[in-house]
Design a protein around this ligand. Sequence first.
Ligand code: HEM
Length: 245
Amino acid sequence: MNTADNNWEKTWILSAALVISIVSYIYIVATAGSVNVQLVQLEEWYGFLCILLLFKAVLAGPLYRVFPNFPYKQQYYKSLSGLGIACFYFALLHSCIAFFGLLQGFRGLPFLNTFELISVIAGFVTLLILSIMAATSWNWMMQCLGPKWKIIHRFVYLAIGALIVHVLLIGSNYTNFSGVYAVVPLILFLVLLLLYAASTRKYLFTKMPGTPRWLITLLVSIITLSVIFSFYQLHILVIGGHHHG
Ligand code: HEM
């Protein structure tokens, strides 16, 4: 069994996550006026940090496929399991504060409209997947699970999809995309999508050498634009729903 599980990167990231969560908790509790404002600010901040970490973890694959010589590759890959666990930690903090604080636990569920209920279920699915990935992110788990490990970690894409549904349906910062909390994730999502499109295009060039390159580029562009358009439509639907509801 590999003892290199507790590498320097992981220890550093997890310690930083712990310190940041405590310092920001103290700061928000000291500065926010009422308990409700405290809960909202904590939930938004922890949710935001979770998205940043998730983005950083998922970025590695397509980034180094498109730019194989991009610096710090080894350190980046070594930090992935730390990023995943820290991401789960912030997701758990966010979920507990939002569920037991803002929604007042199971008692609050009957007061949610359909959009909000779907959103909470999507949030729960995201949390569940992140917890499974965090639990299996240790080296010895990797060795025990073998090829199954890769399949489990592919679920991160489902987590991202569920997360997008979650925030578009319930996040107050996501109704008009005006604040930093929504604009930064939006930019990160577009960067990630473009990198995935570029890496898929590169992969298809080598996999299907007989197919004209312009055709592959066109196909990948259409799929990328369709993904953006679908989420945009979902956003429009939600805003419409909020106006009429
Ligand atoms: C059972 C699990 C979850 C519950 C009950 C939950 C609940 C909520 C609620 C009630 C809001 C709306 C707060 C507002 O008015 O803005 C919200 C927003 C949000 N949630 Fe969750 N959530 C869960 C899981 C997650 C997970 C796993 C993530 C991240 C990976 C996440 C990220 C976010 C983000 C980024 C927002 C938007 C906050 C904003 O508007 O700035 N949530 N969540």
